[in-house]
Structures are given as structure tokens and as C-alpha cells.
Design a protein around this ligand. Structure first.
Ligand code: AMP
Ligand code: MG
Length: 332
């Protein structure tokens, strides 16, 4: 009988931030997409693992919601009335009270091959949190306007504001993945981008963004099955893109491009994690834990009151407000 947990159970063998982290040189061939690193397998076995993991994701989601609320509260107290300069896309302007550092936010970057499960992960993991605190953006082929700018232009504009958890469904990494494999730009252009990405991400982390970059790693066989599923169900036709078959034919080139991107742009400040993703329930469980562990490093707390709660209680009780210098009775 699977334990019906009411608390979040930690991964076995240490935090997933350690177990799933990849560093150069990255060899994706060594990561089995069906594996389940860190999953407590002793007490939870077989089909029950799925139900157990799903229940855990809901519990973790509630915790993530609280963490994000603290992140938002911190930003709100530091800057109660953020003007447009502090909106999404801005890195400057906002500092925590007392100038103790830049306004913090968290950004989850999701990358995967087609059918890798980015949408599903967002639905399950972000869906377990309070939507008010989320900032979710998807990146498709650049628009004509976006093409007139540097590849990071649209990314900067999509950054979460202080206090938010941002989720990128694809990202600037497409510009060293599809752009490279499909030769959308000259080789010299995409080759220069690894350094540009590292400089950009350094700038992000220095301005208070905690980056967590996740590749959802599916197998060639699993992608084939998921594509077929889309053809089997008329309600899924909209998800099917005939162009995906062309990308599938270049599987090895994409895997090589992923390996190089992860190896060259995985840093201590902005690490890359590879999540085995053939099993959807493991994928969601792992991403939820990675987020939880990342929030833990921020050591967030609810901010103290910027007023005297005792005095405010008294004001509410008596209804006396000292507006415009003259005491008056509230609403009478
Ligand atoms: P989907 O995630 O299924 O909506 O598909 C989005 C498509 O946009 C994928 O085929 C990506 O490869 C493509 N895409 C995203 N970013 C870029 C980019 N910077 N350059 C070219 N294609 C891109
Ligand atoms: Mg697609």
C-alpha cells in the first residue's frame, strides 16, 4: 500500500539540484529518459508511484505558492508603487528596501524537443500554484518585428517583474538550437551566442533573477508515440505540426546542439538540469522539487510590518482616523 503522505517527501540520494545538474561536457546519451533519479522507490512501487507523485506535486505546489507569495511580499514592501520602469522587461530601477540588493524574482526556463512535455509541466506544476504570482511566456518563431532586433530583445521584454515566478516555454536557447540545426543564421552568428547568453544571464543574476534552466529529456521512441497520439485523436490535431516531423528527422543534430548549449551555458549562477521526461509524473515531480529547492536557497520570509499593528488595531476599533491633521470619525 502506497503511503498517503500529507507532507512533502524529500528525494532520496540528496537534492535534485545535485542529482539532475549537468556540467560540461554534457552527454545526453548517458541520461535514460525513462529513469527516475531521486524518486523514493523503496516504499512506493509500480503504478502507485504515479498516484503518489501526482499527490506530492499538489503538496509541493501549495508550498511553492507560499514561497512565491513571500517573494511578492518582499518586492511589494520594498517598492509599494512600482512604476512602469519596474514592469516586465526592466532590470534596473528596483531595489530592496535599504538598498540591500536588487529586487528578486525567479525564472524557470523550459526547453525540450517537440512533445517533450513543456506545456504539461506548466499545467501541472505552475497549475498547482496561485496564478496571480506567475508570469508565463511562450516563444515561437520570431515575428518580423522581433527579427529586426537582437535575439535577446524579445527575451528582455518578457522577463518577470520583481516578486514574480516567470516561466519561459522555450527561450533564448532556441537561438542556439533550432537556429543552429536549421541554419537560420550563419554559423558565426550562432557560435557567438553562447558567450552572449552567458553575459546576459550573468546580468540577470546580478540584477536579482534566480535562474533555473530545465531540459525535459524525452527519447526518440517516446516522441514518436506522442506524435502518433496527436494523429489518433481529432481533438489533438491542433497540437500536431507537420514541420515537427522534419525536426524529428534531425534528432541527433538537435541532441548535439542541446548538449553543447547545456555544456557551454551551465554555470553555478545559472545551472542547467536535465529531467528524464518519458514518464510524465516523474517529470512533474522532479521539476516541482527543483523549484522548491531553488526557492529554499532564497531563504524567503514574510516581511515585518512597516506600521505598528497594535496601534492599527486600536484605530480600527475606535474608527478614529487622523486624516489631514484633524481627527475625524471614519465614515460619519
Ligand atoms: P511550439 O512550442 O510547439 O508552440 O512551437 C514553437 C516553435 O517555434 C518551435 O518549432 C520552435 O522551434 C520555434 N521557435 C521558437 N523560438 C525560435 C527562434 N528563436 N527561432 C526560430 N524558431 C523558433
Ligand atoms: Mg510543437
Amino acid at each position: 500500500m502506497a503511503p498517503r503522505e500529507t507532507e512533502v517527501v524529500a528525494p532520496v540520494g540528496g537534492p535534485l539540484r545535485g542529482l539532475l545538474r549537468v556540467t560540461a561536457p554534457v552527454d545526453l546519451g548517458t541520461v535514460d529518459p525513462r529513469s527516475t533519479p531521486g524518486l523514493p522507490g523503496e516504499t512506493v512501487t509500480g503504478e502507485r508511484r504515479k498516484a503518489w507523485a501526482r499527490a506530492q506535486v499538489r503538496l509541493i505546489g501549495a508550498e511553492l505558492g507560499r514561497q512565491q507569495e513571500m517573494l511578492y511580499a518582499e518586492a511589494k514592501v520594498a517598492d509599494p508603487d512600482p512604476g512602469p520602469v519596474d514592469g516586465p522587461g526592466s532590470l534596473g530601477g528596483s531595489t530592496r528596501s535599504g538598498g540591500s540588493g536588487p529586487a528578486r524574482r525567479v525564472l524557470l526556463v523550459l526547453q525540450a524537443m517537440d512533445c517533450g512535455g513543456k506545456d504539461g509541466t506548466i499545467k501541472r506544476v505552475a497549475g498547482a500554484m496561485d496564478p496571480l504570482g506567475l508570469h508565463i511566456r511562450s516563444f515561437g518563431p520570431p515575428t518580423p518585428e522581433e527579427l529586426r532586433h537582437d535575439f535577446l530583445w524579445r527575451i528582455r521584454r518578457a522577463l518577470p517583474a520583481a516578486g514574480y515566478l516567470g516561466v519561459f516555454n522555450r527561450s533564448h536557447y532556441e537561438d542556439v538550437l533550432v537556429a543552429r540545426v536549421e541554419a537560420l543564421v550563419p554559423a558565426a552568428t550562432w557560435r557567438a551566442r553562447y558567450d552572449e547568453i552567458n553575459a546576459f544571464e550573468r546580468e540577470l543574476t546580478e540584477s536579482g533573477v534566480t535562474l533555473i534552466k530545465v531540459m525535459l529529456h524525452i527519447s526518440y521512441a517516446e516522441q514518436g508515440e506522442r506524435l502518433l497520439e496527436r494523429l489518433d485523436d481529432p481533438r489533438k490535431y491542433w497540437k500536431y505540426n507537420p514541420a515537427d516531423v522534419a525536426a524529428r528527422a534531425r534528432w541527433d543534430d538537435y541532441q548535439a546542439a542541446y548538449a553543447e548549449a547545456l555544456g557551454r551555458c551551465g554555470t553555478d549562477a545559472a545551472p542547467w538540469f536535465v529531467v528524464p521526461a518519458d514518464r510524465k509524473w516523474y517529470r512533474d515531480w522532479a521539476v516541482a522539487h527543483l523549484l522548491r529547492e531553488t526557492f529554499d536557497t532564497l531563504d524567503l520570509k514574510y516581511p515585518p510590518a512597516g506600521f505598528d499593528p497594535k496601534r492599527e488595531r486600536e484605530r480600527l476599533r475606535t474608527g478614529v482616523v487622523e486624516a489631514r491633521g484633524t481627527p475625524e470619525v471614519n465614515g460619519r
